[in-house]
Ligand binder design. Structure first.
Ligand SMILES: Nc1ncnc2c1ncn2[C@@H]1O[C@H](COP(=O)(O)OP(=O)(O)OP(=O)(O)O)[C@@H](O)[C@H]1O
Length: 257
């Protein structure tokens, strides 16, 4: 993204935003509430129009692709929206099959087999397949939403606050799942998160949004060393102190945080 400008009415949410997401990395995207993290994700996905700037996905300028080319790019991208956004009237299996129905012309049997593979991939038991979202725990909903985002074997995965609402153990398990999937499937992951644990344990790099643009990018050490007031408050505030101290110890001992 280069020089991205997005706004609603008189109000600009993003103004001159530059950001690179590198192939094969997990990029954590942080910023205060209401700063425009979801707006950026939705703009990249073509759901919100931009006023200026350029977005390239897989080397294609989104302003220059035809509708058919855009659809082909879209098939290479998986999205897990905040809260899962599962269809409540559909079972887990049917939810996972929604993108398949939209983009592929599969026999029912093949669609069933593929959906079951995705369901197992995210650590859900096969009997979750015929359950409705209302019958699932928060952690299971997240996994079902992740299974749906993987339905078309994407190369690039957008995760919007994947661990929000999970208890610390559930969140750590979900972090491990994302890391494992990223490695085994060779995914590039763009992850909006407020979760400091995820930033420390999962992300290769972090990008921080403030003042309508990306103010800092780099590994966790860059964030910890930044003098920007929001980053100082975020990474050195009360909640961050314990984590930060333990990471410093691990880094000093040569372990990856
Ligand atoms: N469709 C819309 N119409 C008008 N304003 C919008 C629209 N969508 C988002 N906004 C505004 O854009 C700003 C950024 O919203 P966004 O949801 O991207 O924040 P966020 O960084 O994802 O916040 P959070 O961390 O709380 O989820 C907010 O002020 C929001 O009110």
């Amino acid at each position: 993204m280069r020089g991205l400008v997005v706004g609603f009415g008189e109000k600009l949410v993003l103004d001159g935003l530059d950001l690179d997401v590198r192939r094969g990395e997990i990029l954590g995207f942080v910023g205060g509430s209401g700063t425009g993290k979801s707006v950026l994700t939705r703009t990249i996905l073509g759901l919100i129009p931009k006023r200026a700037g350029k977005i390239e996905v897989f080397g294609s300028d989104l302003d220059k692709v035809s509708r058919i080319e855009f659809d082909a790019l879209e098939r290479r991208i998986g999205v897990m929206f905040q809260g899962g956004a599962l269809f409540s009237a559909l079972t887990v299996k049917q939810n996972v099959q929604v993108p398949m129905r939209e983009h592929l012309n599969l026999s029912r049997r093949l669609a069933d087999d593929l959906a079951m593979l995705k369901i197992e991939l995210v650590g859900l038991s096969p009997d979750a397949a015929d359950k409705f979202p209302s019958e699932l725990s928060g952690g299971m909903i997240k996994r079902a939403a992740l299974a749906r985002s993987l339905a078309l074997d994407p190369e690039l995965l957008f995760l919007d606050e994947p661990t929000s609402g999970l208890d610390p153990i559930g969140a750590a398990e979900f972090d491990d799942l994302i890391t494992t999937l990223q490695k085994t499937l060779g995914l590039t992951v763009f992850m909006v998160t407020h979760d400091l644990d995820s930033l420390y344990s999962v992300c290769d790099r972090i990008a921080a949004l403030a003042d309508k643009r990306v103010i800092e990018t780099g590994p966790i050490e860059t964030m910890l060393a930044s003098e920007h007031p929001w980053l100082r408050a975020y990474f050195h505030g009360k909640r961050a102190r314990q984590l930060s101290a333990s990471t410093m110890r691990k880094t000093a001992q040569g372990d990856r945080p």
